[in-house]
Design a binder for this molecule. Structure first.
Ligand SMILES: CC(C)(COP(=O)(O)OP(=O)(O)OC[C@H]1O[C@@H](n2cnc3c(N)ncnc32)[C@H](O)[C@@H]1OP(=O)(O)O)[C@@H](O)C(=O)NCCC(=O)NCCS
Length: 385
């Protein structure tokens, strides 16, 4: 590139780090104060008093439901939880080693063809579709997991909440109340996190006025990557690799000395403790005691203390992934379901963002700055050397 062209070059914002793409009233991530707010409600309050179903209502409607609305929502979500025998047959046709995220993506794409409202663009139809998507995600993930284990998928139990029923459909037995509550809180905490890569992917697809299913398929595809949905698995692997509490400090010091990263630490936005991590840490402690796995929690504690101490100057603190993998592991869930579980929760945020975006839609069409040749000479195939 010539000097003149270089001097004209626009500022390129790789990764769109500093670009605002919409106004929103869905989710605020306050990275300095360590606060996460859905529609004005602090997630610490929601984790203490609410449940996933109510959180879904808050995200999509922007306010607390009345008693009547709440009952209707729970009923609607429970009734929509079942998946068709045809979809179960599709899940059975997947290769046994198919990644559960890929299966979820395929299943949602398939389902869209059977939703009579797929191409109805009205807000109310989209709200209904959002509800059906939120209801069916846990059943798809659980059914596929059972099938790949050679077991029969379990039908949903509409008397149970989404979190409790999800654990039952995956493990085959009704969870104890603490496990059910922890799953519920984990779903609340992952329901949204502002304009992250998967929410943006959903917005890009939605901005073309493709349907809601297409936007959600784009979001699932984007969540799959280890830079987005997969860090909790890596954090748990670290804890298991460390093996004993007495190895934990050395692991951190050696990793940092080799300029390596400690998974589950650091965040683009948080410059202090991720509030979700603090909530899940307490649940990880309770669960590890209950399951007699105190050593694993002790390892996590030492990794946390030493990493925070060593990286204080860089403002690196544990993020949600540091504890969510540990919590899911203690709940008896396999590692490759961690990212699909993230999707089970996050589909509520994705649908909320898409519906909000369509209120004032604009096609997403950024620019790229061309630096390739401009005057290449075409040589016919038989004359090329
Ligand atoms: C999440 C993450 C990508 C954020 O990155 P970022 O905002 O671009 O911050 P940077 O990667 O530029 O990190 C700033 C500094 O802290 C260090 N740092 C950040 N996270 C670290 C970690 N987990 N372990 C060790 N050092 C870390 C970086 O090496 C860098 O040091 P330097 O300035 O000496 O080069 C990054 O913290 C990371 O890779 N974490 C591990 C993976 C993870 O847990 N992801 C889940 C996120 S929810």
């Amino acid at each position: 590139m010539g000097l003149a062209a270089k001097m004209d070059a626009p500022r390129i914002d790789r990764g769109l780090d500093d670009i605002y793409v919409k106004e929103t009233s869905i989710c605020l991530v306050d990275g300095d104060r360590g606060r996460l707010v859905y529609r004005g409600f602090d997630i610490r309050d929601l984790a203490q008093h609410s449940n996933f179903e109510e959180t879904v209502f808050i995200l999509v409607h922007g306010r607390l439901p009345t008693r009547e609305e709440y009952d209707m929502l729970r009923k609607g979500l429970a009734e929509s939880r079942a998946i068709t025998p045809d979809l179960v047959r599709l899940l059975r046709r997947m290769p046994p080693d198919a990644p559960p995220m890929d299966v979820l993506r395929t299943a949602v794409s398939y389902m869209s063809n059977f939703d009579p409202e797929r191409d109805d663009p009205t807000r109310t139809a989209n709200m209904r579709k959002a509800q059906r998507l939120v209801a069916k995600f846990p059943t798809i993930v659980a059914a596929h997991h059972r099938i790949r284990e050679g077991k029969r998928p379990l039908a949903p139990n509409p008397r149970l909440g989404i979190a409790e029923d999800f654990l039952r459909m995956v493990t085959g037995k009704r969870p104890d109340p603490l496990s059910a509550r922890i799953m519920d809180v984990a779903l609340i905490l992952h329901a949204d996190h502002s304009m992250n890569a998967s929410a943006f992917a959903a917005i890009v697809a939605a901005s073309t006025l493709a349907d809601l299913y297409s936007a959600i398929v784009a979001a699932i595809a984007t969540l799959k990557g280890p830079l987005h949905g997969g860090a909790n698995e890596a954090a748990l692997r670290t804890m298991l690799l460390v093996g004993k509490p007495e190895n934990a400090e050395r692991y951190v010091l050696d990793t940092l000395a080799n300029r390596g990263k400690i998974f589950g630490f650091g965040h683009r936005v948080y410059r202090t403790y991720d509030p979700r991590a603090l909530i899940l840490r307490e649940y990880a402690r309770q669960l590890s005691e209950k399951r007699g796995q105190e050593d694993l929690f002790r390892i996590a504690e030492i990794l946390q203390e030493v990493t925070v101490r060593e990286l204080k100057a860089k403002q690196i603190y544990p993020n949600v992934d540091f504890y969510s993998g540990l919590v899911y592991h203690l709940l008896g869930l396999p590692m490759d379901l961690f990212t699909p579980i993230f999707a089970v929760s996050r589909v509520s945020g994705w649908t909320a963002h898409v519906i909000e975006y369509w209120d004032d839609n604009r096609l997403v069409r950024p620019l790229d700055y061309y630096v390739g040749p401009r005057d290449a000479v075409y040589v016919p195939l038989d004359q090329r050397s």
